[in-house]
Design a protein around this ligand. Structure first.
Ligand SMILES: [Zn+2]
Length: 243
């Protein structure tokens, strides 16, 4: 089986690809409508887990209260985070909503998926304040990686592996028992290598990442796949304590 630890379902047919290729995934909901759609899609493929949270890019148009009911129901909080590179949202507002969600996740013992861009240093102090199980999605910063490793975070290797040196460094340096892979959805994967993609390319995005990690870490494909499966289930197991 393949495991996609962070995906956006931009087209419902992607779930049929997951089923066809037996891909377990954590799909992201950034609002109530997406969350309701994912719950419906989960009926088609039960190995679909759902994370929900206010994305930093949406902090100019959403309040914590807008997502509170969804956060209560969701077993994984995310993606949430801080980003002063790819969005113009006020940084103080981002920090406020990030902290509200971190506090909520910590209180309710729900694991968290993080989106960090340009504010990796600032985010560390928040994570230290709210101990939890964290998964850092597509880390692509040349600094502070060691700090996140020291916090025992999980990491998803982004689909730009082999292209982005910062992502290669993550694949090279993190402990194997904290490694996961992700597509971030078809559009993000297409952005990563500049090549148009359809849902039919979905499984190959994950397979290519595995091949790159095998090369970088010099391990057997089967060994890596078994480890990725174990890590994925381990991360999901943290949702049990929230029930
Ligand atoms: Zn994402």
């Amino acid at each position: 089986m393949l495991h996609d630890a962070h995906v956006h379902i931009e087209c419902d047919a992607l779930v049929d690809e997951m089923k066809l290729h037996q891909i377990e995934a954590i799909a992201n909901a950034s609002n109530l409508k997406e969350y309701q759609n994912l719950k419906k899609l989960k009926k088609r493929w039960d190995h679909l887990s759902i994370s929900a949270g206010i994305h930093p890019w949406n902090t100019d148009r959403m309040n914590f209260e807008d997502m509170e009911a969804v956060l209560e129901e969701a077993l994984i909080i995310g993606e949430i985070g801080l980003d002063d590179v790819w969005c113009q949202c006020d940084v103080n507002r981002q920090k406020q909503i990030f902290e509200q969600q971190l506090a909520y996740a910590s209180q309710t013992h729900k694991p968290v998926i993080l989106h960090l861009k340009g504010m990796e240093k600032e985010a560390l102090s928040f994570l230290k304040k709210y101990p939890n199980h964290y998964l850092v999605h597509w880390y692509s910063c040349n600094e502070y990686l060691k700090n996140y490793i020291d916090l025992d975070c999980y990491f998803t290797i982004g689909p730009s592996i082999g292209i982005d040196e910062a992502v290669n460094q993550v694949a090279c340096q993190i402990p194997l028992n904290r490694m996961l892979i992700e597509t971030d959805g078809i559009n993000a994967a297409a952005w990563a290598d500049g090549k148009p993609k359809t849902v039919k390319d979905y499984s190959n995005i994950l397979i290519r990442s595995i091949e790159e990690i095998v090369r970088i870490r010099n391990i057997e494909t089967e060994t890596l796949q078994a480890q990725l499966q174990k890590n994925f289930h381990q991360f999901l197991s943290y949702t049990k304590s929230s029930q």
